[in-house]
Write a protein that binds this ligand. Structure first.
Ligand code: SF4
Length: 358
């Protein structure tokens, strides 16, 4: 039985007040405990609660590139890719829009502004993509591949963010409220469905059907759930008539250059969710939040939290960043490792990531 209200106690709230975490805080006006979670936070907690505490409560991050500690190829590549994709969907029908300028000049500016070549020789994907030129070729091929399909879509919105403005409530209680946060790349209307369109980059399609990885994933389900809630505010009723909104379009982009057919590195696949799936999504999110708060309470009391030791050597295709910390025999050993090999950085904040994208 869900019981989130029990976390509104003095000791827990005092700690929350002191910590100033971006995703959980006390609303000064109402005194309520407000939790704003996105898919990244929840996925991390589900994958390993101890990892979550290190990253999203303590803000401890492994020193990365020697000259720029803590940079993340995956995060930053995702950001520059989404900047360009959002620009494309905003402007591809403008009479003065040039695909060549977009994939050439604009991609060059974004790539160099973000200094993506700092990853050359450091991250294998920089090489697999082919650096800046490979990235530009990928964008050109993307526009070419999807142009015929895109011409049939009406673009309803791009860069649609939701979060601390409390647009998507998951739970409104007497003392506790939970909201969903995130950002949708593009919202489109194909005449039958109004739906989010998401982009996922992956290493290679040779590993199998890329959709399989996301069929049960909470992320796309969350986007459909969100769009259903936001739709009345985004689209007038007459334009919503007879449109379904239980579908998402997933665009998969293979990062590795495909020599045989450069256009085969893109797939656009639909995914559907039933009403029942959307209802159980909400309940699952709340149960996960309750578990998260339970572990957070233990962490505040200096008690251990659960560990998923299967993920220690397989954390997103590599070793977990906290492996060297958690293999220590003593607490002192853990502290020394943290002091020597980690930096303390601002904690993940969906709004900041959204602002970075913008
Ligand atoms: S090393 Fe293992 S137990 Fe420690 S945070 Fe990583 S996955 Fe969790």
């Amino acid at each position: 039985m869900l019981n989130l209200e029990r976390f509104h106690d003095d000791a827990f709230c005092m700690e929350i007040f002191k910590r100033k975490l971006p995703w959980i805080f006390i609303d000064v006006a109402s005194g309520k405990l407000i939790i704003v979670v996105d898919n990244h936070l929840m996925t991390t907690h589900r994958a390993c609660a101890d990892n979550f505490m290190m990253a999203h409560v303590e803000g401890k991050f492994l020193k990365g590139l020697p000259e720029q500690p803590s940079r993340s190829w995956y995060l930053e590549f995702g950001i520059i890719f989404h900047i360009l994709i959002e620009h494309y969907y905003k402007h591809f029908r403008d009479p003065d829009f040039s695909v060549a300028e977009w994939a050439g000049d604009m991609a060059y500016k974004v790539w160099t502004l973000k200094n993506m070549d700092a990853f050359a020789g450091v991250h294998p994907e920089h090489h697999a993509i082919g650096g800046l030129m490979g990235f530009q070729a990928m964008l050109l091929a993307y526009a070419h591949k999807f142009k015929p399909e895109n011409e049939k879509l009406r673009i309803i919105g791009t860069e649609v963010s939701f979060g601390k403005n409390r647009e998507i409530p998951l739970y409104i209680g007497e003392y506790v409220e939970v909201y969903l946060a995130g950002r949708m790349d593009v919202i489109v209307d194909d005449g039958y469905f109004i739906m989010p369109m998401d982009h996922k980059t992956c290493g290679s399609f040779k590993r199998g059907d890329p959709l399989e990885r996301y069929l049960i994933d909470e992320g796309p389900t969350g986007y459909i759930y969100t769009l259903r809630s936001l739709l009345p505010k985004l689209v007038p009723e007459e334009l919503r008539l007879k449109r379904g909104c239980n579908k998402i379009l997933m665009n998969f982009i293979e990062k590795q250059f495909n020599k045989d057919n450069p256009l085969d590195r893109f797939k656009r696949l639909p995914m559907f969710k039933s009403d029942e799936q959307l209802d159980t999504y909400r309940m699952r999110m709340l149960l996960s939040v309750e578990q998260l708060l339970c572990n957070l309470e233990s962490h505040f009391q200096n008690l251990p939290v659960p560990r998923n030791t299967q993920a220690c050597t397989d954390w997103y295709h590599g070793k977990c960043p906290y492996y060297d910390v958690h293999r220590q025999a003593t607490k002192d050993g853990e502290q020394n490792t943290l002091q020597n090999g980690f930096v303390t950085l601002p904690i993940w904040d969906t709004e900041t990531i959204n602002a970075l994208n913008s």
